[in-house]
Ligand binder design. Structure first.
Ligand SMILES: CC(C)c1onc(-c2c(Cl)cccc2Cl)c1COc1ccc2c(ccn2Cc2cccc(C(=O)O)c2)c1
Length: 232
C-alpha cells in the first residue's frame, strides 16, 4: 500500500533530528582525542572524558524527544540509566563508521583498542561498528533509532510500561515508513535496523563486565558515570 508520512510525523522527525544534530561533544574534548599521546592510561582517561561528555549530550537530547518530559519523572531517570550505554554504542558506531578527513575516527578507534579493554569485548564491539557502518543509515534514521533505544519500555524500574511503549510505538511507526521510503530497494531494511537493537543489548551485557574488569584494575570513573552506570 502507499506509505506516506503525515504532517505530524514530519514535525516529529524534524524535532528529533534537530535535537540530534544540535548536541555534539565539545570541541576541546574531541581536540584532545587527536593531540594527547598514546598510553593505556591516557586512552582510558580520554575515553572517560568522552563518555562523560556523551552522557551530558544524551541527557539534553532525551529532553527534546517529544513526549519524554511528560513521562513520570522517575521513569525518565530509569530510561536514561537503562539506555545510556546502548545509546553511546550506537553513537560511537555512527561516528566511527564515518571516515572523517581529520583521521579522527582512526585515532578514536586506536584509543578504544588500547584502553585496557579485554579482547573478548573488542571483537563484538568492532563487529557491531562494522554492521552499523554497512547499513549506511541516514541522519534521521540514526536519530530515530537512538530515540527508539531510549524509549525501550522494559528497562529496570520503569513503572508506566504502557506510556513508554506508546511513545516508542509512535517512533517505530515513523522509522518504518522512513525505511520504506528511503530504502525502497531493501524491503528488509527496517527489520535489519531493529536487529541492531538486539545486538545493542548483548553489548550492554558485555559492558557491565568491561566496567567490572576496569574497576578491578583500579580504573577511576567520573561521578556522572558512576551515577548512571551504578558503579560505586
Ligand atoms: C568510561 C570509558 C572508558 C568508557 O566505558 N565504556 C565506553 C564505551 C566504549 Cl569504549 C564504546 C562504546 C560505548 C561506551 Cl559507553 C567508554 C568510552 O565511551 C565512549 C563514548 C562515546 C564514544 C566513544 C567513542 C566514540 N564515541 C562517540 C563520540 C565521540 C566523539 C564525538 C562524538 C560526537 O557526538 O560528536 C561522539 C567512547
Amino acid at each position: 500500500e502507499k506509505v506516506e508520512i503525515t504532517k505530524e510525523q514530519r514535525a516529529l522527525i524534524k524535532a528529533i533530528l534537530d535535537a540530534y544534530n544540535r548536541h555534539q561533544i565539545p570541541q576541546d574534548v574531541t581536540k584532545k582525542l587527536l593531540q594527547e599521546q598514546y598510553s593505556a592510561e591516557e586512552n582510558f582517561l580520554l575515553l572517560t572524558e568522552v563518555a562523560t561528555s556523551q552522557v551530558q549530550v544524551l541527557v539534553e537530547f532525551t529532553k527534546n524527544i517529544p513526549g519524554f518530559l511528560s513521562l513520570d519523572r522517575e521513569d525518565q531517570i530509569a530510561l536514561l540509566k537503562g539506555s545510556a550505554v546502548e545509546a553511546m554504542f550506537l553513537r560511537s558506531a555512527q561516528v566511527l563508521s564515518k571516515k572523517m578527513p581529520s583521521g579522527y575516527t582512526e585515532v578514536l578507534e586506536e584509543r578504544i583498542r588500547k584502553s585496557g579493554m579485554s579482547e573478548e569485548f573488542m571483537t563484538p564491539m568492532f563487529n557491531f561498528y562494522k554492521s552499523i557502518g554497512e547499513l549506511h543509515m541516514t541522519q534521521d534514521e540514526q536519530a530515530l533509532l537512538t530515540t527508539i533505544t531510549i524509549l525501550t519500555p522494559d528497562r529496570p524500574y520503569v513503572k508506566s510500561h504502557e506510556a513508554v511503549e506508546r511513545l516508542q510505538e509512535t517512533m517505530l511507526d515513523v522509522l518504518r515508513k522512513l525505511c520504506v521510503l528511503q530504502h525502497p530497494q531493501e524491503p528488509q531494511y527496517f527489520a535489519r535496523l531493529l536487529g541492531r537493537l538486539t545486538e545493542l543489548r548483548t553489548l550492554h551485557h558485555y559492558h557491565v563486565e568491561m566496567l567490572t574488569s576496569w574497576k578491578t584494575n583500579d580504573h577511576k570513573f567520573t561521578p556522572l558515570l558512576c551515577e548512571i552506570w551504578d558503579v560505586q
